[in-house]
Design a protein around this ligand. Structure first.
Ligand SMILES: [Zn+2]
Ligand SMILES: [Zn+2]
Length: 398
């Protein structure tokens, strides 16, 4: 073949033809380098493909093949699932506004999944916001795996726009589900999705039950499965409802500003990974019986001391007064309920009966994350007001 008519892609392709023979001669111990190089080729190819996708789409090139859009074209011609094709096209659009990120991907300094996290952040906040911090974010991306980097990006989103971060967390919360299948071949399949908080709670509850015993031959997954069953067994069994066994406690790291709901504050950090919107941290701190809130860095002492649970006597008085969730129309019993501070303690509200109300976890979420207002009238009635413009007060006599 004439050298001048050969494109760079042709040269890469002919390299691939030589690969199998060359690979067979490589000592197994050195294949790590081969895998890393291979990953880099894939990532750098994604950068090239992103630029090509943009230009091809702008020129309407997909129409010549009879397609109505870039995503279906990429799905069929690029052999991708619908979701993967849509992601490529969206990332290509966002990277146009984030040239530094695209360049870092093209040079192999970051991976494709780092670029996806950057693109998603730009999608949520607008590319202009991300460009202001692009250099810092890319530096973080270069030293972290994509999973860790998503945490950094989410924290950045929270600092810039806590409202948008909360809306996104609420959307994620909507996707939660748990499916417990019918027994099949002696096995029951359980699968599901939980939000970051739910996942951390389940994990915290199961971990003490999933520790390996001496000479334990079970896999970590088997131990976790056994832990789930044992934990549930402890709940329904004749044993000790007050939990004589291990007492798990969920640990959240947060700053004073996050607890006070101040704009620009970082997100809360869950011990098991993942970030929580400020309002979720405020809810968990509202009744910290099952949650321990600790400070971030230099605020460690301050927050750890401020975090308080409701004293047993006050809790008993609250339970005696409210009996069940006070949200109008709700009758969930005490064990499913938290003590809610009408004025949050982080805002100076006292942990005293007149400032507390028993609410189930679903309704506690409503008054924090979903913006409902809950108040107690002088005559003891509880009134809940939804956040929308349609102000319909619902009344339950207490
Ligand atoms: Zn609360
Ligand atoms: Zn309720």
């Amino acid at each position: 073949m004439c050298r001048s008519s050969e494109t760079p892609l042709d040269r890469i392709m002919s390299g691939f033809n030589e690969l199998p023979g060359w690979l067979a001669e490589q000592p197994a111990g050195q294949l790590g380098e081969v895998i890393i190089k291979g990953r880099e080729i894939i990532d750098r190819t994604e950068a090239m493909a992103a630029e090509a996708t943009r230009r091809f789409e702008k020129a309407g090139g997909y129409k010549a093949d009879g397609f109505l859009g870039m995503v279906p074209w990429l799905r069929v011609k690029g052999k991708l699932s619908g979701g993967a094709a849509a992601e490529r096209v969206e990332v290509a659009h966002q990277l146009k506004e984030l040239p530094r990120t695209e360049e870092a991907l093209a040079r192999g300094q970051i991976g494709y999944q780092h670029a996806v996290a950057m693109a998603r952040t730009a999608e949520h906040l607008g590319a202009a916001q991300v460009r202001k911090a692009e250099v810092t974010l890319l530096k973080a991306a270069e030293t972290m795996d994509p999973g860790q980097f998503v945490g950094v990006a989410k924290n950045f989103e929270h600092r810039v726009d806590a409202q948008a971060a909360l809306a996104e967390a609420n959307r994620a919360h909507e996707r939660r589900y748990l499916r417990i299948g019918q027994p099949l071949d002696g096995l029951v399949r359980i699968d599901g999705l939980l939000d970051a908080e739910g996942g951390a709670i389940v994990r915290t509850a199961l971990e003490p039950f999933a520790k390996p015993a001496k000479g334990d031959t079970r896999t970590p997954e088997q131990r976790l499965a056994d832990g789930l069953v044992e934990r549930c067994q402890a709940e329904i069994g004749p044993g000790h409802p007050d939990g004589a066994g291990p007492r798990p406690q969920l640990i959240i790291k947060a700053s004073r500003d996050t607890l006070a709901g101040i704009g620009g504050a970082p997100a809360g950090e869950v011990e098991w990974g993942g970030t929580l919107p400020a309002e979720t941290v405020r809810r968990l701190a509202c009744d910290s019986a099952v949650t321990r809130i600790t400070g971030l860095g230099e605020l460690e002492q301050e927050v750890t001391h401020a975090g308080r649970s409701i004293p047993p006597a006050t809790r008993r008085a609250m339970v005696a007064r409210d009996h069940r969730c006070v949200f109008p129309g709700c009758d969930r019993p005490t064990p499913w309920c938290d003590g809610h501070h009408l004025v949050h303690w982080a805002d100076g509200g006292p942990t005293k009966l007149e400032n507390l109300g028993l609410v189930c976890r679903t309704h506690h979420r409503k008054v924090h994350e979903e913006g409902w207002k809950l108040r107690r009238e002088k005559d003891g009635r509880w009134i809940a007001t939804p956040p929308a413009r349609t102000v319909t007060a619902r009344i339950r006599s207490g």
